[in-house]
Write a protein that binds this ligand. Structure first.
Ligand code: RRO
Length: 342
């Protein structure tokens, strides 16, 4: 296993270590006419801008396209798909709580073959950059999905730029078996999903040290870390004296999760200076996205905010651009990790 800190420093990592000053630059703060370079990259995946949808919050296909141009987002990360169709949990599946939302969707999905046939063509036609989130009940499920994708002609999955391996869903039958609770199990999944698409691994905040699991995933071949999935939670209807959600427990997301995500990104950026990181958790405004970027994320995902306002990803992207302009930041890449070493 790679110990935290043992990943060799790249050029970018060395710059981060030196704590380069990034706020301010050739752009003058408040310059309204200046154009901001929003482009970024998650490893080998170049993105036009740093704002993606978060898996599970915008459907399996083009559902969010009714509210904005999917091609203008950094990427669309689809709800996790398994190699087989899966019915998910009984309702109610979502419940608003103080500071966010609990969900127990239970991984409902049409299965990989149906998704490739029915959803991917529409996403491609919409010009979306697609990240395919995969889940499985076993390591073998991930291997089967990777084989299925590997057997496709490259043109048939042209829009898919990366796999996001969801090893951290809180709504699996047996929570103690969540892959992301074990460095070894996480590594097995990453290894099993090897193919010609970059593997991002989505980790859980419900562990004592996310860096240990991250290290195992990286050693197994993950190219990027997506930090973080939801926190384990539960709500009880005290009048009826029973849990609110059909699945009993659920995953907590929204503003309450945001500082948890910022900390995970911060700790992994410190531990793995050159590893690409995608930050996700409670991004509701442009400044939440900025916070994850300066903590060390190369890009961010917007999830729960889309339940309140389906236009949230586009509004947050506009907020990031406004923030950069107001603070004299010419390029989003300047921000990445810039709070370290200050
Ligand atoms: O479907 C879900 O219940 C679900 C998933 Br796949 C996930 O990754 N995170 C979450 O909170 N819910």
């Amino acid at each position: 296993m790679i110990a935290p800190g043992a990943v060799p420093l790249g050029r970018r990592g060395r710059a981060r270590r030196r704590g380069r000053p990034v706020i301010g630059g050739p752009l003058r703060a408040g310059d309204r006419a200046a154009s901001i370079d929003l482009s970024t990259a998650v490893g080998e995946v170049a993105l036009d801008n740093p704002v993606m949808t978060a898996s599970g919050t915008s459907g399996h296909g083009t559902e969010l396209g009714a509210y904005g141009d999917l091609a203008s987002l950094g990427a669309v990360v689809v709800k996790s798909i398994s190699v087989e169709p899966w019915a998910g949990n009984p309702p109610p599946r979502v419940h608003e709580v103080e500071g966010g939302m609990l969900n127990s969707v239970g991984l409902q999905g049409p299965g990989l073959a149906a998704w490739l046939e029915q959803d991917l063509p529409a996403l491609s036609a919409a010009g979306a950059t697609v990240v395919l989130s995969l889940w499985g009940r076993s390591v073998a499920d991930f291997a089967r999905a990777a084989d299925r994708l590997g057997a496709l002609a490259p043109g048939d999955r042209r829009a898919v730029v990366a796999l996001e391996l969801n090893v951290s869903c809180p709504n699996v039958e047996d929570r103690s078996r969540m892959f992301a609770h074990s460095p070894t199990a996480t590594a097995e999944v990453v290894h099993a999903a090897a193919g010609d698409l970059p593997r991002w691994v989505k980790l859980s905040p419900n562990v004592s040290d996310v860096r240990e699991v991250a290290a195992a995933a990286l050693e197994a071949g993950a190219e990027a870390l997506t930090l973080v999935n939801t926190l384990l939670g539960l709500a009880i209807d005290v009048e009826r004296g029973r849990p609110v959600l059909g699945g009993v427990g659920g995953g907590l997301s929204g503003p309450a999760l945001h500082p948890v995500a910022v900390r995970a990104v911060w700790e992994c950026r410190e531990a793995f200076p050159a590893v690409p990181i995608v930050g996700v958790g409670g991004v509701s405004r442009g400044r939440d996205a900025i916070e994850l970027l300066v903590a060390g994320a190369d890009a961010v995902q917007v999830g729960t905010a889309s339940f309140r306002d389906p236009r949230a990803p586009w509004k947050i992207l506009a907020g990031v651009e406004r923030w950069c302009r107001a603070h004299g930041v010419a390029s989003v890449r300047q921000l990445v990790g810039s709070a370290h070493g200050r």
